[in-house]
Design a protein around this ligand. Structure first.
Ligand code: SF4
Length: 93
């Protein structure tokens, strides 16, 4: 025997709309976590491509750039990044 549900019929507790929504959100979050884990490390550009140098440009240096990650890396440029370095993608904090 099958049950018929319409918009006015309350869903059983195990099939509540809220429960279904929570399940969908949990499934989506799990899928995103799997994708992030499977994705290769984010590619960064070479020092040469960014015109990186180990010296500041005026009062602009990596330590004052939004892309700098202490102690010595950058989210955009690969390799060891000096706090007193600079490149053409400098972005003031
Ligand atoms: S200036 Fe900014 S973007 Fe360029 S290497 Fe330094 S931290 Fe990275």
């Amino acid at each position: 025997m099958s049950q018929n549900f319409d918009a006015m019929t309350p869903l059983p507790a195990c099939l509540s709309r809220r429960g279904l929504l929570r399940g969908a959100v949990a499934a989506t979050g799990g899928a995103m976590a799997l994708l992030a884990a499977a994705a290769p490390a984010e590619a960064r550009m070479t020092e040469r491509a960014a015109s990186y140098r180990d010296a500041p440009k005026g009062n602009e240096d990596c330590a004052n750039c939004t892309l700098f990650r202490a102690p010595a890396s950058c989210t955009l440029v690969e390799g060891k990044i000096d706090r007193k370095g600079w490149c053409r993608f400098y972005s003031k904090k």
